[in-house]
Design a protein around this ligand. Structure first.
Ligand SMILES: Nc1ncnc2c1ncn2[C@@H]1O[C@H](COP(=O)(O)OP(=O)(O)OP(=O)(O)O)[C@@H](O)[C@H]1O
Length: 258
């Protein structure tokens, strides 16, 4: 059963066509990768799905409901959360606070109520604190609750971003280059975490990733973009041997690394 359907998605920035007529269907509870050389349109694609950019044309459907025209926080409330290519944490806030911010999509009290501890929001705050703690424990950051986010290692910051995204209780989680800057050990842990999250939270996961080893190991379905166009889709074995994909990556050797 599909959860996310994208139909003929095009985004133009003036005369530049960043994505052209991209269609894809993502199965519920699957792990899907979007790959392609630099500038292929991958992040633009994520930005359209999450409401950061409005598509020039095309449709985005989450469980058959159209998402076009919705603001990012509404898209998040509908069930799509994400992490960013360039980590976007609240650096001066603590690790715990960063996750609690991620929860505000589902809280009745506003963000200010949570942060400034208004009496009416205290019960809700306590519940969200417990939940934030559980999520941090889940990603292995329970020892850093009161640390400022900026003091965490790079790999830990990426895990914190994931915990914050999970706090929004998404149906679909988009990860933009989750392994970027990670060492091999951190990447192995990340692979395990992604698989585990899918089971634990009944998630559908879509990742943009340049680490082909991770992509080939973890994905059930891969979409390949090049110059804004989808040039291939299929299972890892098919993508690895697809002449169009090999040509798009020619010279980088990237697609055979996995
Ligand atoms: N806000 C914008 N204004 C103008 N052009 C943009 C904007 N965002 C992206 N582009 C252009 O759209 C094209 C696709 O960029 P995008 O960032 O989506 O590629 P990408 O596949 O994510 O690349 P990378 O792997 O390097 O992150 C590029 O030519 C880029 O310069």
């Amino acid at each position: 059963m599909s959860i996310l359907e994208v139909k003929n998605l095009t985004k133009k920035f003036g005369g530049l066509v960043a994505t052209q007529d991209i269609s894809m269907t993502v199965e519920k509870n699957s792990i899907t990768a979007i790959i392609g050389p630099n500038g292929a349109g991958k992040t633009t694609f994520f930005n359209m799905i999450t409401g950061v950019y409005q598509p020039t044309s095309g449709e985005i459907l989450l469980e058959s409901e159209k998402l076009n025209g919705l603001k990012p926080h509404i898209v998040c409330r509908k069930g799509i959360a994400r992490t960013f290519q360039n980590i976007r944490l609240f650096n001066e806030m603590t690790v715990l606070e960063n996750v609690m911010v991620g929860m505000h999509a589902h809280l009745k009290a506003g963000l200010f109520g949570i942060l400034f501890n208004l009496p009416t929001t205290r019960k809700e705050e306590l519940d969200s604190e417990i939940k934030a703690y559980q999520l941090l424990e889940y990603v292995g950051l329970e020892d850093f609750l009161n640390e400022k986010a900026c003091n965490l290692s790079y790999g830990a910051q990426r895990r914190l971003e994931i915990a914050r995204a999970l706090a929004a209780e998404p149906k679909v989680l988009l990860l933009d280059e989750p392994a970027a800057g990670m060492n091999p050990k951190e990447t192995t842990e990340l692979t395990r975490l992604i698989r585990n999250m899918r089971e634990e939270f009944n998630l559908t996961i879509i990742l943009i990733e340049h680490d082909m080893r991770l992509v080939m190991e973890i994905s059930e379905q891969i979409f390949v973009l090049d110059h804004g166009v989808k040039i291939a889709e299929g299972k890892p074995e098919y993508i690895r041997n697809n002449p169009k994909v090999i040509e798009a990556y020619l010279g980088t050797g990237a697609v055979h690394a996995g």
